[in-house]
Design a protein around this ligand. Structure first.
Ligand code: PBG
Length: 329
């Protein structure tokens, strides 16, 4: 059958019919809010390159987390900005580090909120690389030992899941073993399985003060043109015990998200990174695009590509907008 019997526009005529036949839905359950924790009290320091995003001290952060949970957001991902850095990332491992304290504070206030912590050394190393440096290179296996300790420390503070974002080989398996050997088998791993060496991380490095002081991350993060390699990375992380696999960034990697979704049965997350957020806000500020509509379109596209979960700095705004649309407010 074809035109004029078939008329595609019948199913587009009204909002009710469009709602009914909509194939992809963005809902609040899909969202994970990334947040930055800094030392101090009562601190809320805006990040210039990410309007609407701030570094928060643990007291302010705990209040923010409670509000996010009340809006229906099930999970947060925490990044720490420590007060001191050294070559071995010592401040990442102390029981009273920024993340460890923040996790305890959030759990006291909002125990049901799922707290995920970023496990990577770059925010804690003086050189800004994601691992321990030996002879001018990031040493994979020496880094694994540090990451295990870091994950254990977060888990002991009460983190529900840890998210290794360093791209060292074997880290998911190493962290899984370390957690299990210490009785922390209930703590999950959200693996940054296919993380690309991307220029979209620029604003984040401002926010987390984690830009590498020499060289770049191309010797450990993935080369952007590669798709098959992402599937190998994902397969390894699944074999090593990941609970959720992630693709990062999202916007320029929708094909990778799609293929990963086809390839595994685990939940697939996509990280819509700082540069994606900053681009939308910058263009909206200039009046060149409708920022809110672009935000919804972009995140819906990431879901349509196959992501079950989206990490996005828009989480709070999306949650509010979805409530308004649903007539809750
Ligand atoms: C740390 C890390 C980065 C991001 C998340 N974890 C930066 C990097 O790898 O340089 C980027 C997140 C974003 O841009 O929103 N390894």
């Amino acid at each position: 059958m074809e035109f004029p019997t078939v008329r595609m526009r019948r199913l587009r005529r009204t909002e009710s019919v469009r709602r009914m036949v909509r194939e992809t839905r963005l809902s609040v359950e899909d969202l994970i809010a990334p947040l930055f924790v800094c030392p101090g009290e009562n601190v809320r320091e805006p990040v210039a390159s990410m309007p609407g995003v701030a570094r928060m001290s643990q007291d302010v952060l705990a209040r923010e987390c409670e509000e996010l949970f009340e809006l229906g957001i099930p999970a947060v991902l925490l990044f720490g900005i420590p007060d001191s850095k050294d070559a071995n990332a010592s401040s990442a491992l102390t029981d009273h580090g920024v993340i460890q304290e923040a996790v305890r504070e959030i759990k006291k206030r909002t125990p049901e909120l799922l707290v995920i912590t970023d496990v990577c050394l770059c925010e804690y190393t003086s050189h800004g690389h994601c691992g321990i440096i030996k002879d001018g290179e990031v040493d994979n296996d020496a880094t694994l030992l540090r990451l295990e300790e870091m994950a254990l420390s977060h888990a002991r503070a009460g983190a529900d899941m840890v998210a290794p974002s360093d791209m060292m080989d074997g880290r998911v398996g190493a962290i899984r073993r370390a957690l299990d050997e210490n009785g922390l088998y209930q703590v999950g791993i959200l693996a940054y399985s296919a993380k690309y060496a991307s220029a979209f991380y620029g604003p984040f490095r401002d926010a987390a003060d984690s830009a590498p002081q020499f060289g770049d991350r191309r010797a450990y993060q993935m080369d952007p043109p590669n798709r098959r390699e992402a599937l190998r990375e994902v397969a390894l992380d699944v074999a090593e015990g990941a609970d959720i696999v992630m693709v990062k960034p999202a916007l320029a990697y929708l094909d990778v998200i799609h293929e990963v979704r086809q390839a595994v049965d685990l939940p697939v997350a996509a990280y819509s990174v700082s540069g994606e957020y900053a681009m939308v806000l910058a263009a909206a500020e200039k009046g060149w695009i409708d920022g809110e509509r672009v935000m919804m379109e972009l995140l819906t596209g990431i879901r349509r590509a196959g992501a079950d979960l989206i990490l996005t700095y828009f989480a709070r705004k999306v949650a509010s907008r979805l409530r308004i649309q649903a007539g809750v407010e």
